[in-house]
Design a protein around this ligand. Structure first.
Ligand SMILES: *[C@@H]1O[C@H](CO)[C@@H](O)[C@H](O)[C@H]1NC(C)=O
Ligand SMILES: *[C@@H]1O[C@H](CO)[C@@H](O)[C@H](O)[C@H]1NC(C)=O
Length: 439
């Protein structure tokens, strides 16, 4: 026995010594391979590298999602390690190191987390190696890039890729943008240029300078701001342009809308690819440029029937239909403008917005809770079920104990009863809340 204890103490000492060593950064070889992290070296890896992307994976899950990701990460790792400001890729076996996973709020696999100077953020970007590399380059780029020629501008746009909006200040000093560029570094590219030709002004549709242009490469849209270049106005413009003026709605863009504070003017067309819809989208862009306090979104019934159903739009509805949605469970229709009709849709849109602003609206609730709402209630219901089952089992055990103790020790009855009572009323409460959640 004492011998064994000695072993354990020795082992513990050794472990302590081990973690002592791992506090030095050179324990990690930066050779472009994916680092395998565990509880002993996780924290030191996070503090050793300014930029590190961690893949929390589950070994041997049958659905193989993680298996597809791993080779992509292997491919991306050497490229990212070779950047001027290197990004390290690491992985953690979350099945084995469950404590580590739960400490970092990992509850789905694989989960990717990007740690920037030790601060973590969830990675929602693409998972295919070349696209992943391009996406991550954003995080190691200069806060504000200084562009010195027309070709530098077009080169910058090309390099930036399509994941983030690109802000370019024409004739602006970088100090005007620098604070906001740091604040919103994770959401957009920022640059300024003082050297550009008149052709560039035509190309980017500029009437005058200074101007701040934002390009949404993924949506082929852009907006221009001519000032005033003061903090409040500038920040509003930047915040309102992380999304394009008119957002085509799908599962991906819906996620982006999650962070949106503005209300969403939602247009449901019959088929978003029809010519008529394309015309309507142009009108929506005009409306968006005059109503910066609202986001405009559209989708086709044909493309996304389930989503249309939440707003009571189906084959029998007269489309296109416009509503104002709060991004959650509430939406408004404008009384008298149930459909935009086929004729003169531009003025119908104006009438709709006027009606909305004047409060001639009818408030409605979406049919089922939407994304976050749905997500929350699913998690909520799941948690309630677990609590409910646990409580039910405890009651059963207590009842059993009471029955047994009745035979043996009648004196302990009283206290058990009280516990049993408290638990069952708690269970009732849970049951009640559960029912409320469901309806
Ligand atoms: C961006 O700005 C922050 C804060 O001023 C600074 O700490 C950081 O080094 C800058 N990053 C780059 C890449 O210049
Ligand atoms: C931007 O303005 C600052 C002072 O506000 C100045 O020191 C700096 O040289 C300017 N930058 C450029 C590139 O002109």
């Amino acid at each position: 026995m004492p011998k064994m204890r000695l072993h354990i103490i020795f082992l513990l000492l050794f472990c302590r010594f081990g973690t002592g060593i791992s506090l030095t950064a050179d324990q990690f070889k930066v050779d472009g391979k994916v680092l395998e992290l565990d509880e002993s070296n996780f924290d030191s890896a996070i503090s050793s590298f300014d930029f590190i992307l961690v893949d929390f994976y589950a070994q041997g899950r049958p659905w193989g999602h993680c298996k597809h990701l791993s080779p992509q990460l292997d491919e991306a790792a050497p490229v990212l390690a070779g950047l001027k400001e290197p990004i390290v890729i690491a992985k953690v076996n979350a099945d084995k190191f469950t404590r580590l996973a739960s400490k970092h709020d990992v509850d789905a696999y694989p989960t990717l987390k990007l740690f920037i100077h030790g601060v973590s953020m969830e990675y929602y970007g693409p998972r295919q190696s070349d696209r992943l590399v391009q996406y991550l380059k954003k995080f190691v780029a200069p806060n504000v890039s200084i562009l010195t020629s027309d070709s530098a501008i077009s080169g910058f746009i090309k390099e930036a890729g399509t994941f983030f909006p690109i802000f370019i200040g024409f004739g602006l000093n970088e100090t005007v943008l620098s604070n906001l560029a740091v604040k919103y570094k994770k959401r957009a590219w920022f640059s300024v240029t003082k050297d550009f030709s008149s052709e560039a002004m035509v190309l980017y549709d500029l009437e005058k300078v200074p101007a701040l242009v934002v390009i949404h490469p993924n949506y082929k849209q852009q907006s221009i701001f001519y000032g005033p270049f003061e903090d409040k106005f500038l920040e509003d413009f930047i915040k309102q342009n992380f999304l394009p003026p008119v957002v085509p709605l799908n599962h991906e863009t819906l996620k982006l809308l999650k962070d949106e504070e503005r209300k969403i003017v939602l247009t449901i067309t019959a088929d978003e690819n029809e010519d008529q819809s394309q015309n309507l989208i142009k009108l929506l862009k005009d409306a968006a440029s005059a109503n910066h306090d609202l986001v405009f979104g559209y989708f086709g019934l044909k493309q996304w029937e389930d989503f249309a159903d939440k707003f009571e739009a189906n084959e029998k509805t007269k489309l296109p239909k416009m509503i104002v949605w709060n991004g959650d469970e509430e939406y408004f229709s404008v009384i008298g403008i149930e459909s935009l009709g086929d004729e003169d849709q531009g003025s119908r849109i104006s009438q709709f917005l006027e009606g909305y602003r004047q409060g001639r609206t009818e408030k409605k609730t979406v049919k089922v809770p939407l994304f976050m709402g749905l997500f929350k209630s699913l998690v909520g219901i799941g948690a309630f079920f677990i609590i409910f089952i646990v409580v039910a089992m405890m009651i059963m055990m207590i009842v059993l104990m009471v029955i047994i103790s009745k035979d043996n020790e009648p004196l302990t009855n009283d206290s058990h009863d009280k516990v049993g009572h408290a638990k069952s009323s708690e269970a009732e409460n849970n049951q009640h809340r559960l029912e409320k959640k469901e309806d």
